[in-house]
Design a protein around this ligand. Structure first.
Ligand SMILES: Cc1ncc(COP(=O)(O)O)c(C=O)c1O
Length: 398
């Protein structure tokens, strides 16, 4: 069995210039925007008390994003908010005016017209962009990498987007979508990652993810947990991780939780950067073959990296078995605990946390992050069974 690898963060800190992207004020605007949708509901925070006891933790909570807007993943939060902020900017207005009712009104059509939003996706982000474009009367073009499963393709096509599967990996799809957006009149690239010179829209996407983090913080407080001691978050390009880490660092500036970032071993670019230790980004290339399709990204988001290098305690590179184990544990919980249907990119936290608590092989890592019976642990199940065939294969052995 391949080993879990980790790098305790010893990178030199930067000036932390990106942390204000995830200010409480910015996230409150995203939350208000999402709340204006008729489909909006706070997703459940599953309290796994039996599991916490079984593993020897003080508390264990799983934010269940399989309930998000009926889309089975959290990603729509980012694309939709970025689209709203883009439209607001074009109209010279504040995003607080961009409610669902306004964005779907005739006034908006007259004032703004129709844009075409381009994006590349392994599934969830593109579905979110296609869904939001469809709901808001805009157009979407979505490029998917080779190896994409049919269900994910169909879910995007069903939203009326123009969608293709390309013969290249995710990072190459991003470049193609960007080129297409540049060639198209009123074409806008809405990508969930940043690179030098492309920062505004990904920052808005990260703020959109803040809705999920702010809901979780409030749900914890309502359950008597003033703040989590440990936050585990998974990463592809790291936009989600940067959003979650940035939000919690801003919410608890004097006493932040310990942040642990997890990646698929086949695409562990953030871990490679942390291991190198100089604060510079590292790329992972090739097919990035992993069951964690949403985490199969080899080129980090530059904004997010800056937040992560300053605030994360430890970067962990996880083989596929970690996620498969997490899917099974969340799907068949300790008696009395709620079940969480968690897909390949959603369950890696469960697999890692349980392995750390149960196996002395990883004692050093467990102690490095101080995970014990006093820990109040939060993780994010960022998707449900977005690949239902593979989900059953892994969980049921079908
Ligand atoms: C379900 C799921 N979880 C986590 C992630 C990782 O997000 P990011 O690429 O921002 O690191 C993704 C990305 O597509 C995803 O689809």
């Amino acid at each position: 069995m391949d080993q879990i690898k980790w790098a305790v963060n010893q990178m030199p800190a930067s000036d932390d210039a990106q942390l204000p992207v995830m200010s409480l004020e910015n996230v409150a605007k995203a939350r208000a925007f999402h709340q204006s949708f008729p489909q909006y509901a706070v997703t459940p925070l599953a309290k796994l008390g039996g599991m916490a006891q079984y593993l020897g933790l003080g508390g264990f909570y799983v934010k269940d994003e399989s309930y998000r807007f009926g889309l089975n993943a959290f990603k729509v939060l980012g694309g939709s908010f970025a689209m709203a902020r883009y439209i607001a900017e074009q109209l010279g207005r504040d995003v607080s005016e961009m409610t669902y009712d306004y964005l779907t009104s005739q006034t908006l059509k007259d004032e703004f017209g129709q844009a075409t939003f381009f994006t590349a996706t392994d599934g969830n982000h593109g579905r979110g962009v296609a869904w939001a474009a469809n709901k808001l009367g805009q157009k979407a073009v979505v490029l998917m990498p080779k190896g994409t499963v049919q269900t994910r393709f169909d879910n995007i096509a069903r939203e009326g987007a123009k969608v293709t599967i390309e013969e290249v990996n995710y990072d190459e799809c991003v470049r193609r979508a960007n080129a297409l957006a540049e060639q198209t009149e009123h074409g806008v690239m809405v990508q969930d990652t940043a690179w030098d010179g492309y920062e505004k829209i990904p920052a808005w996407i990260m703020q959109g993810y803040g809705t999920m983090a702010s809901e979780a913080a409030e749900q914890l407080e309502a359950d008597g947990v003033k703040r989590p001691t440990h936050v585990f978050v998974q990463a592809g390009v790291g936009s989600l991780a940067g959003a979650v880490v940035g939000y919690f660092a801003n919410r608890y500036p004097d006493n932040p939780p310990k942040f642990i970032v997890m990646e698929a071993q086949a695409a562990d670019c953030l871990y490679q950067g942390a291991k190198a230790g100089d604060g510079k980004i590292r790329f992972v290339e090739g097919d990035l073959a992993t069951i964690m399709a949403g985490l199969a990204c080899g080129e980090p988001n530059t904004i997010s990296w800056d937040i992560l290098r300053n605030h994360v305690a430890c970067f962990v590179s996880c083989p596929d078995w970690v996620s498969a184990k997490g899917m099974r544990m969340l799907g068949a919980p300790v008696k009395g605990d709620p079940q969480v249907v968690s897909g390949e990119s959603g369950a890696v936290g469960m697999g890692l946390i349980s392995t750390l608590m149960q196996s002395d092989e990883y004692k050093e890592l467990r102690e490095a992050i101080g995970l014990d019976e006093n820990s109040q642990v939060l993780m994010f199940s960022t998707e449900g069974d977005t690949d239902p065939v593979n989900y059953k294969k892994i969980v049921w052995g079908e």
